[in-house]
Design a protein around this ligand. Structure first.
Ligand code: SAM
Length: 212
């Protein structure tokens, strides 16, 4: 997904009214940022933001924050949101490891992880967004009954993610290895850009929902 050297992408974030660069000053203040008391849901690794903007259109009473580490990718979301002007969408350009610097304890209602980078080498396991290290960070910022939802077509990454749940102190609420043929879990499913790409090639989509 990395689009290299998109001129002006850093400047576009700096000038945007809805995209921020690691906004530590908003920690604990996201409801003020949105100007309402609606729940806050985030997607970590949003890419070009199709999922988060479709969710925001469908659910105007939920606030959505998309997090993406590459400005060259985030710029695509900014351009789309410039057109749509959805009041319930904000973007953050940052490395997700810093998530606890930007959201306060219990500030987030739900976390979406969609088609995360696999980091296939064992020595990079801690970088996977579904690792116990990341689940520890999500534990900090999620409200008590908050949930993490993860979708991928990568069976190795999904197997790893499932193994991390219990050791990290979480529990599995629901799981499928073929989301689009699971009537219950697929109900109301909103496709991501990568989900459409890989499912159209015939890859089954795996999904879990976890909570503490
Ligand atoms: N979620 C989108 C989808 O399903 O279409 C995009 C999937 S893409 C494979 C993964 C995205 O997550 C990339 O744009 C990547 O830059 C971003 N990403 C991966 N690791 C990240 C991290 N640690 N912090 C922030 N963004 C990250």
């Amino acid at each position: 997904m990395r689009l290299r050297n998109v001129p002006g992408s850093r400047e576009a974030i700096a000038e945007s009214t809805f995209a921020f660069e690691t906004p530590v000053e908003y920690k604990g203040k996201w409801n003020e940022v949105f100007g309402n008391d609606n729940p806050i849901q985030i997607e970590v690794g949003m890419g070009k933001g199709r999922f988060i903007m479709d969710m925001a259109t469908l659910n105007p009473n939920i606030n959505y924050v998309g997090i993406e580490k590459f400005s060259s990718v985030l710029i695509r979301g900014i351009q789309k949101q410039d057109e749509l002007q959805l009041p319930n969408v904000k973007f953050i350009r940052m490395e997700a490891e810093q998530i606890c610097d930007v959201f306060d304890k219990g500030e987030v209602d739900k976390i979406y992880l969609n088609f995360s980078d696999p980091w296939p080498k064992d020595r990079h396991a801690k970088r996977r967004l579904e690792s116990r290290e990341f689940l520890g960070r999500y534990n900090e910022i999620l409200k008590k009954d908050g949930k993490v939802e993860f979708k991928t077509d990568n069976t190795d990454l999904f197997a790893f993610a499932l193994e991390e749940v219990e050791p990290a102190g979480w529990k599995l609420d629901a799981v499928t290895h073929d989301l689009h043929n699971d009537a219950v879990m697929n109900e109301g499913n909103v496709m991501t850009e990568y989900e459409e790409k890989f499912s159209s090639k015939g890859n089954p989509i795996c999904k879990y929902i976890i909570s503490r």
